[in-house]
Design a protein around this ligand. Structure first.
Ligand code: ADP
Ligand code: MG
Ligand code: ZN
Length: 606
């Protein structure tokens, strides 16, 4: 848009300049000297009025006394001017009083006037050229754009080592081979071993894929060339492919080395699926990557590492043997991994000796490396703001909540006393049900301090990471999710929209029990609908239905059945324990936040 604008402005400027020069050429300014005849000149010389006569090719320029000037056009150029004047009766003495100068025709003044005369033509020519180019479409323009922006790839040598990537031990184990190969390629070549060309790092965002790729090159001590798939997508036609060529060329010159293609899904999508614009460009870029990979001889010590969180949409051609045939998964870290990651990021920062990273690790299921790094960073900021010398447990815990819930506490948000009461009962409902259901994770914290989008929340923490979850666990979780809404119903006889998230969650859970986990007796251990294998992405990809309309109805009925059974159970449970509900809600209204221990004490006292 702005490039367009400036080009248009340029065109307008050219038009104005061209018009102005034409104007100047046609209407010579008023200082033009008067035109006189030869006879008049002769008369003036006789009268002694002429000081100088400058003889030019086609005219005589006369400088009169008093600095006036005149021009005489000169027709007979072959006859010397003195002779002509003599013929007109000018006496030799009179002529001698006049200073006669001869100017060669090729002097600067003439060139200048020539230029001034040609200027409009030049401008008009330029104008046409530009207009012509404008109609040529964007292709041409894109090409020259790409050329001028050609980037030089620099292979920096990362200092990151495997030790900086915590957890992910399996991934490291698999990548060690790559490191060895980069270090001592001869050893492998001597045995005729086929060396991996491409390694695909797969995992959700923030699990350290980029970090791991850098660590491989850091461990091997080889240069690291990187480019991001999304960079290609922004390019114009033809540029992506040439970038790939440049990249590979430079890499080959610097081998052994690593080429890292981040977010390869941006270019490596299934060909032919026209998602997003300019997929021709994507195809060309992808083709170029494939061509380059196939062009690697066994003696090329270049290893490609690509990262993606969507391996499911990659073009199968990329995954064929000899291409990205190694797949290394970087999953969300478990409790042990999280602890290790926290340790990596705490290292080198002043921390109080009392901090318990195990506890923080347990409180952060689902957090990825990037989140944990963020936690430590937030904690450091909090500690600095409190003028502390070291990061303490309090800061870490607050940081966990901040990162987990998105945004700092918003104590300032105005809640009417009634709203506050509703939220207190709602959260108390969740907490009490969680406490009473023995398969639920224990309550770690209950609060009615609004945070992020939530009015309050109950925080439950698993004692250990769960690999397998039993049917009873899911049922209890559905019950806990219902607890908030049912508490509101029992106490106020009315419900608010505060339970929208709960309802969404429990519906998903109930549906998954029926269609994915085979936990419904009626429907049996069958999967309904082709779900994506990558559950860890936490994204619901479009489900492909592979069942009939009748089965769909049965599924719906079964889901409904599950939820209404849970509903009846929770209603009974809370009615029986209504005193407990009041007690917790009142404690919340008073203190706003209850820790896990405080919450349990309330129960014990009952
Ligand atoms: P991805 O490329 O998978 O999205 P990154 O490699 O960009 O993730 O990770 C972002 C940041 O998170 C890293 O720079 C690092 O500080 C931190 N991080 C992620 N995973 C780990 C890990 N396993 N160990 C230590 N730090 C990690
Ligand atoms: Mg990354
Ligand atoms: Zn709720």
């Amino acid at each position: 848009m702005s490039a367009n604008w400036s080009r248009n402005a340029f065109v307008y400027l050219l038009i104005i300049v061209a018009a102005a020069t034409l104007f100047i050429n046609i209407y010579r300014p008023g200082d033009a000297p008067q035109q006189i005849s030869l006879t008049q000149l002769a008369n003036r010389i006789k009268a002694g009025e002429v000081e100088t006569v400058i003889v030019r090719d086609s005219e005589l320029r006369i400088i009169l006394a008093g600095n006036d000037a005149a021009v005489v056009s000169r027709r007979e150029r072959d006859v010397p001017i003195t002779q002509i004047l003599a013929g007109l009766g000018v006496k030799p003495a009179q002529l001698a009083a006049v200073n006669i100068k001869y100017e060669s025709p090729a002097n600067a003044g003439n060139w200048l006037s020539l230029l001034v005369n040609l200027l409009p033509l030049v401008f008009i020519g330029a104008l046409f050229f530009i207009l012509f180019r404008q109609t040529q479409g964007s292709n041409n323009q894109a090409l020259s754009f790409g050329k001028s922006k050609a980037r030089v790839f620099t292979g920096d040598k990362p200092t990151v080592k495997f030790d900086d990537v915590a957890g992910s031990d399996e991934a490291k184990e698999e990548l060690k081979e790559v490191v060895e190969f980069l270090k001592e390629p001869q050893k492998f070549a001597a045995l005729g071993a086929r060396i991996p060309k491409g390694v695909l790092l797969v995992g959700p965002p923030g699990t350290g894929k980029t970090l791991m790729a850098k660590a491989v090159s850091g461990e091997a001590g080889v240069p690291f060339f990187s480019i991001s798939g999304s960079e290609f997508v922004e390019m114009f036609v033809g540029v992506g492919a040439s970038r790939v060529r440049d990249l590979f060329e430079q890499a080959k010159r610097n081998s052994p080395c690593i080429i890292f293609i981040d977010e390869i899904d941006a270019v490596g999508r299934y060909r032919g699926t026209g998602l997003g614009g300019s997929h021709d460009e994507r195809e060309q870029t992808l083709n170029q990557i494939l061509v380059e990979m196939d062009g690697f001889g066994t003696d090329t010590n270049v290893i490609l590492i690509a990262a993606t969180n969507r391996p499911d949409i990659l073009d199968p051609a990329l995954l064929r043997p000899g291409r990205f045939d190694r797949r290394v998964t970087m999953d969300r870290p478990d409790v042990v991994g999280r602890r290790a990651i926290l340790e990596v990021h705490v290292k080198g920062k002043p921390v109080e000796p009392t901090i318990d990273l195990n506890l923080i690790a347990r409180q952060t299921p689902g957090f990825v490396g990037a989140d944990l790094e963020n936690v430590v960073n937030e904690a450091a900021i909090l500690a600095a703001r409190r003028n502390k010398r070291a990061i303490g447990m309090r800061e870490l815990q607050e940081a966990v909540e901040r990162v987990g819930m998105g945004g700092p506490e918003r104590r300032s948000r105005l809640m009417t006393p009634h709203e506050k009461k509703v939220v207190a009962y709602h959260e108390a409902g969740h907490a009490v049900v969680a406490h009473l259901c023995k398969h639920s994770d224990p309550v770690q914290k209950v609060t009615i301090v609004p945070r992020g989008g939530a009015g309050g929340y109950v925080w439950r923490v698993a004692e250990k990471d769960r690999l397998l979850a039993k049917r009873a666990y899911f049922l209890d979780n559905i019950a806990v999710a219902l607890g908030g809404r049912i508490a509101e119903e029992l106490v106020f006889g009315d419900i608010s929209n505060g339970a929208a998230m709960d309802i969404q969650q429990l519906t998903q859970m109930a549906r998954a029990m029926v269609t994915r986990y085979g936990m419904s007796e009626k429907m049996g251990p069958l999967q309904f609908g082709q779900q994506d294998e990558l559950v860890f992405l936490g994204r619901d990809l479009a489900e492909q239905r592979d069942y009939s309309e009748e089965v769909a109805e049965e599924i719906d009925a079964e889901v409904q059945e599950l939820v209404s059974a849970a509903y009846a159970r929770v209603r009974a449970l809370l009615s029986e324990n209504i005193d407990m509900l009041h007690k917790v809600a009142n404690a919340l209204l008073e203190r706003e936040t209850l820790s896990g221990e405080e919450f349990k004490e309330l129960f014990a006292a009952a």
